[in-house]
Design a binder for this molecule. Structure first.
Ligand SMILES: Nc1ncnc2c1ncn2[C@@H]1O[C@H](COP(=O)(O)OP(=O)(O)OP(=O)(O)O)[C@@H](O)[C@H]1O
Ligand SMILES: [Mg+2]
Length: 133
């Protein structure tokens, strides 16, 4: 475990394989499929208490980078640490130490109150009700 930064990445990358449809699968079957370099060589450091903005045009790789840092997808290469935990080897500890709220999706249950939402999501993280009043 490393404790210097809350987020640290070194040359982090994620390549996807371009999808093919059935019509062009056979002629291309013996060709090497092109990789989509969604994230390529990202090295960042974020200090505790720092507000960090990640900006870029559509398709720049912002969501892919966040997905890797939240352990939803595995990097192709590079290293990343969240709260000192390496994202591949210590994925469970990373997940225990973070919370993700995405703007583009409904991250909360709209029919529950704010307090009910906190209790519900707290329960998923095994936070006891008495700690959560
Ligand atoms: N599962 C996937 N399979 C193949 N390609 C993908 C996949 N996910 C993302 N990509 C590609 O990776 C690149 C980066 O996508 P990503 O969604 O990370 O960008 P973004 O910066 O979040 O864009 P936006 O601003 O539109 O949300 C794009 O070219 C996208 O088409
Ligand atoms: Mg996105």
């Amino acid at each position: 475990m490393r404790e210097t930064h809350i987020i640290e990445t070194k040359d982090l990358a994620k390549y996807f394989t371009a999808s093919t449809n059935l019509i062009d699968f056979f002629p291309r079957a013996f060709r090497k499929r092109a990789a989509i370099k969604a994230v390529d060589g990202v090295s960042i450091q974020v200090e505790k208490g720092e507000i960090f903005g990640l900006l870029g045009p559509n398709g720049a790789g912002k969501t892919t980078l966040i997905k890797m840092l939240c352990t939803l997808i595995v990097p192709t290469k590079g290293e990343a640490y969240i709260n000192g935990y390496e994202i591949v080897k210590s994925g469970e500890m990373v997940r225990k130490s973070i919370g993700l709220v995405t703007g583009e999706e409904r991250s909360f249950y709209w029919r529950l109150s704010g307090k009910e939402n906190l209790k519900f999501f707290g329960a998923l993280y095994n936070i006891k009700l008495k700690d959560n009043k």
